[in-house]
Design a binder for this molecule. Structure first.
Ligand code: PMP
Length: 431
């Protein structure tokens, strides 16, 4: 029996006095599902516990990083050792940074060298500065519905027509910041070819989530990533895969390994920090050596390569690189997908599931979802009702239709079964 949310309601009221909207990142506020956010007290394995004493099976996993679940013993012990024997920060080089960098370089096909930063936003922002510095060009291309953090020139939506200047999506982003950002359709290679015909010589970089995970989950259409690779190579533009979400998630080597397409630069975050703040950008040596102090493109960070964060990252990758891990994640995720599909079908709910590895999304639409427009056709009222029912039954999903659900290694058969049962009730209630 769910114990209600009275303490969370109280805590949210208090939080709103001191923190804008009561949260430190907007989607946490549960606005798009019209509910009060749940205040979390602790987590262990696949479960989180709220301040009212409710227990949930967690499919948010801190929005992706916790692929091993909460407080995995190997990560927790490494962190304890680091606190006890090392320290929290020096702002000077440490051996462990090279260790994490070499582990990432070994895993991710495009990465010969990398720079550690403290968030995904920093990684994409810095990678794009580097691409511009390296090519001496200004324009960048991004895809509608892809999110790359909150740098000014990335908070841009598409204008209309094949090639228009981007429009800022947030007050405070000057039109000038939007002017060099071209926005085109995800999975629409034909339109991108037009863009390159018109502007190709001025395009410094194309940045893409190789599996889009910020408009629900949308896999790349066959040939899309290969097409990006060919076009950017032809025009001398830098191809950037934003693998902040997909890196070490869809395979140990990320989406680039899964799909066999190697970009010039890769952005990482989330999993490589094991639940602590880490981001990274890396790629070809020739490009990376343009970064200061090796080269002239400036980028820096007080807490970059932070010992605690790097320790959590190394410990996480040590587990992930063991044989059979991604097969296990795939098995668990496939059985969840199948159960959710059957539950929707049996209860007469029009739903379409997209899944790549342990990233999954239930869209409430009868048609398949391959791009931003299709994602937007999902019935968000149905999603909200589904979300609320799942929450009350002890399953914690991301509070928005346009987010991924993450399966972790900590999710066992019991949890998956319980989730499918809850979904059965949830689908029945919204029919
Ligand atoms: N890129 C992608 C693909 C992301 O999913 C995110 C965050 N969800 C970011 C960049 C930004 O990362 P951060 O929130 O760590 O700044």
């Amino acid at each position: 029996m769910h114990k209600g949310f009275s303490k969370s309601v109280e805590l949210f009221k208090e939080a709103q006095k001191f923190i804008p909207g009561g949260v430190n990142s907007p989607v946490r506020a549960f606005k798009s599902v019209g509910l009060n956010p749940v205040f979390i007290k602790s987590g262990a394995g696949a479960k989180i516990y709220d301040e009212d004493g409710n227990e949930y099976i967690d499919y948010v996993g801190s929005w992706g990083p916790l692929i091993l679940g909460h407080r995995h013993p190997h990560v927790a012990e490494a962190l304890e050792r680091c606190l006890r024997d090392v320290g929290t920060s020096f702002g000077a080089p440490t051996e462990m940074e090279t260790k994490l960098a070499s582990m990432v370089a070994e895993a991710v096909p495009s990465v010969e060298m990398l720079r550690l930063v403290s968030s995904g936003t920093e990684a994409t922002m810095s990678a794009l500065r580097l691409a511009r510095g390296y090519t001496g060009r200004n324009k960048i291309v991004k895809f509608e519905g892809c999110y790359h953090g909150h740098a000014d020139f990335l908070l841009i939506k598409a204008g209309s027509g094949a090639l228009t200047l981007g429009i800022p999506t947030s007050p405070g982003v000057p039109a000038g910041s939007a002017a060099n950002t071209i926005v085109t359709g995800f999975n629409d290679l034909a339109n991108l070819e037009e863009v390159f015909k018109l502007e190709g010589e001025d395009i410094a970089a194309v940045i893409v989530e190789p599996v889009a995970g910020n408009m629900g989950v949308i896999p790349p259409a066959p040939g899309f990533l290969e097409g990006l690779r060919n076009l950017t190579a032809r025009y001398g533009s830098v191809l950037i895969f934003d693998e902040v979400m997909t890196g070490f998630r869809v395979s140990y080597g990320g989406a680039q390994q899964l799909y066999g397409v190697t970009p010039d630069l890769t952005c990482l975050g989330k999993i490589i920090g094991g639940g602590l703040p880490v981001g990274a950008y890396g790629g070809k040596r020739e490009i990376m050596e343009c970064v200061a102090p090796a080269g002239a493109v400036y980028q820096a960070g007080t807490l970059s390569g932070n010992p605690l964060a790097v320790t959590a990252g190394i410990a996480t990758l040590e587990i992930l690189k063991q044989p059979g891990i991604y097969e296990e994640l795939e098995r668990k995720s496939a059985s969840l997908e199948q159960g959710l599909r059957e539950a929707a079908l049996a209860n007469g709910v029009e739903a379409n599931l997209n899944r790549v590895g342990s990233m999954l999304c239930v869209f409430f639409t009868g048609s398949s979802v391959n791009d931003y427009a299709a994602a937007c056709s999902s019935n968000t009222a149905c999603f909200s009702a589904f979300f609320k029912s799942m929450l009350e039954q002890g399953v914690y999903l991301a509070p928005s239709q346009f987010e991924a659900l993450f399966v972790s290694l900590a999710h066992g058969e019991n949890e998956i079964e319980q989730t499918i049962k809850a979904a059965w009730n949830a689908f029945k209630s919204i029919k």
